[in-house]
Design a protein around this ligand. Sequence first.
Ligand SMILES: O=C(COP(=O)(O)O)NO
Length: 249
Amino acid sequence: MARKFFVGGNWKCNGTLEEVKKIVAMLNEGAVPSSDVVEVVVSPPFVFLPTVQASLKPHFQVAAQNCWVKKGGAFTGEVSAEMLANLAVPWVILGHSERRALLGESNEFVGEKVAYALSQGLKVIACVGETLEQRESGSTMEVVAAQTKAIADKISSWDNVVLAYEPVWAIGTGKVASPAQAQEVHLELRKWLQGNVSPQVAETTRIIYGGSVNGANCKELGGQTDVDGFLVGGASLKPEFIDIIKAAE
Ligand SMILES: O=C(COP(=O)(O)O)NO
């Protein structure tokens, strides 16, 4: 079956209310393919989520950039999956490498977060990816397989999961993975799903690429057999994000 192309925009910790409103206007005015062709999910910082969700055209969905690992309560500063569900926020990004590195989120912790978010009815963009040191040592597949296993061990369905391969060495660096590099890892991840979860999950799960995607490289990257879309950082704040969405055509 064809996997619908998926383009995520991770705004990270960026924006003022005025800047966010301009990005929303840019998206609403953009000539993007229909939602039959591409699924577009943008992820503002928490404080702008309701504003963005209320002002985006229905073609676009929103995601939170994180959520807590269990039911809310005495966890100062955290945002629970229940709160996101209460606001009808449909998606959440979990396991981003910046949180794994800066906040020490382990593979196990990310797996538990994915399971809890799914249990509360959220859909999850689950991130995996190796560091430059891990790639140069030849352990890329060992690393991303372990990250994926930690998720697979905790969940019973992949129906509401999009897997994002984001090599850490390509994030924010301008050093985008080559189409061949991306295809190689995406294919290996799909084979891992086939062998460790099921052929059906391997066939239907979108595996998207993130790491210095821009308007110039998106078409060739998106043309790879096992690249089902993107999770875009910096370029998702710019007009070229519309060109990246069009790569779905
Ligand atoms: O972190 C990323 C990618 O960021 P860049 O596109 O800025 O490399 N996506 O979640």
